[in-house]
Design a protein around this ligand. Structure first.
Ligand code: GDP
Length: 448
């Protein structure tokens, strides 16, 4: 796929700091020779040799295990060597320095994964999944990243891209028979095929959006009129006394960040300054920040006083309208003589007494993953904002193609199909716009 790299790279592959065992990894054409000189012995493929690692003057740096994975059956697809020594940062630095003196150079961040990608060992979404697996904050996110690494996501992207390609070939062939109508040239099959591809794209988009939330966490904001009990609720959900609770309207001047994890999802609660007009300069700054938070929110927890919910709703309806999901929370339920049953649309709680807080947790969890509670946990894969955005573009172009087909504008339909296919190709890296690879791999840490 790519030209073979001429340089041999080296890096400490284990985490910074002391540990029982530490690993220096080498990849490239000289990896084997460099390792053989460091260990002063010949290496057999995939054999664990117990050796002493020597410095230039023959003194021992450490003893340990050396492993050689000959190309192409290695992580990067090149000759790879692992030097396993005691996990001392000093020892590992000495090994790395010696490897570099023998002809290797320090690897850039993500360079091992980048080489694995360039040599066709993994696709781009899989390379990203490695970084996501390593960074996963809990077992659910780790499992989702592991599935993406196994290609669960990539295979579905590729399958849709192949369908689009087949449809495009068909449409392009029909262009050459401009005198005949599309229907006589198998147009009905093309249209049905495209409908199916559109449905698959929209299902995959929904799942990728869930996967993105698993990776990045769901960003939720708390909003509501002053004194509705936002800070109190935040304290209850976060289990601390982080926000200041008083009964003077306009106390909460700043946006406060508190993050809680629910069922593997990260909910960042932003207690916004009461969204009322006027106020002093500090309050206006708080309101500006609150609006900025709302713009990037996935979910709004709209808190209103249960005794007069309508007034509260009117006060914040405009502000929350732009947030993709809204949960209405009627707080101070303890002050009601009777709690009405509003079904799924409203959660009644009391931050003061704890009434309804369990139910609120359940609702949050369901809203956060999207769909039914815990839905899709078995098949879910991690995804990134970049993937979601590419899938959206692929959908839009496929919809455009569908419209153009309806008008029998075959050239335009073929072009839209190509654009849709290209957008999918960006996910797996079969198509890579300028410097996209550099941007992606530079966010990896060294040694990956
Ligand atoms: P915020 O301005 O929306 O952040 O409201 P606060 O959390 O500061 O609460 C305003 C006032 O309402 C405080 O006096 C709280 O003690 C009170 N409060 C908050 N939640 C409840 C509740 O569930 N029941 C009752 N009775 N009072 C509450």
């Amino acid at each position: 796929m790519a030209e073979a790299a001429t340089e041999t790279i080296a890096a400490i592959a284990t985490a910074a700091g002391a540990g029982g065992v530490g690993i220096v990894r080498l990849s490239g054409p000289r990896a084997r020779t460099i390792a053989a000189r460091l260990c002063r012995r010949k290496l057999a493929p995939r054999h664990a040799h117990y050796v002493r690692f020597s410095d230039a003057d023959g003194t021992t740096i450490d003893d340990g295990i050396v492993l050689w994975f000959p190309a192409p059956h290695s992580f990067t697809g090149e000759d790879v060597v692992e030097l396993q020594a005691h996990g001392s940062p000093v020892v590992l630095q000495q090994l790395l320095a010696r490897a570099c003196a023998l002809g290797a150079r320090h690897a850039r961040p993500g360079e091992f994964s980048e080489r694995a990608f360039l040599n066709g060992r993994i696709d781009l979404a899989q390379a990203e999944a490695i970084a996501d697996l390593i960074a996963a904050a809990d077992s659910r996110a780790a499992r989702a990243a592991r599935r993406a690494l196994d290609g669960v996501f990539s295979q579905r992207v590729d399958a849709i891209a192949e369908t689009l390609l087949a449809l495009r070939v068909h449409v392009e062939a029909a262009i050459d028979f401009a005198d005949e109508s599309l229907d006589t040239l198998g147009g009905r099959e093309v249209k049905t095929g495209l409908q199916q591809a559109l449905a698959q794209l929209s299902a995959l988009l929904a799942e990728a959006e869930r996967g993105r939330k698993l990776r990045d966490g769901v960003h939720a904001v708390i909003v509501g009129p002053p004194n509705a009990g936002k800070s109190s609720l935040l304290n209850v959900l976060a289990g601390s006394d982080r926000a200041i609770v008083t009964d003077i309207a306009g106390t909460t001047r700043d946006t406060l960040h508190e993050t809680i994890r629910l069922d593997g999802l990260e909910l960042t609660l932003v207690d916004t300054a009461g969204l009322r007009e006027g106020g002093d300069a500090i309050e206006r700054e708080g309101m500006r920040r609150a609006r900025a938070e709302l713009q990037r929110a996935d979910l709004a927890l709209a808190v209103v006083d249960a005794r007069d919910p309508l007034a509260g709703r009117n006060a914040v309806a405009d502000v929350v309208a732009q947030v993709p999901q809204i949960l209405w929370i009627h707080n101070k339920a303890d002050l009601l003589a009777r709690v009405a049953d509003d079904g799924d649309t409203v959660v009644h709680v009391s931050a003061a007494s704890g009434y309804g807080i369990d139910a609120l947790h359940r609702r949050l969890r369901a809203l956060a993953v999207g769909g039914a509670e815990g839905a899709g946990a078995d098949g879910e894969f991690s995804a990134r904002a970049r993937h979601v955005e590419a899938l959206r573009r692929a959908s839009t172009h496929a919809e455009n193609a569908n419209r153009e087909l309806g008008h029998e504008r075959l050239e335009l339909a073929a072009e839209e199909l190509r654009l849709s296919q290209d957008a999918l190709g960006e996910i797996t890296g079969r198509i890579s716009p300028d410097d996209m690879l550099g941007r992606i791999f530079s966010t990896f840490c060294i040694g990956k």
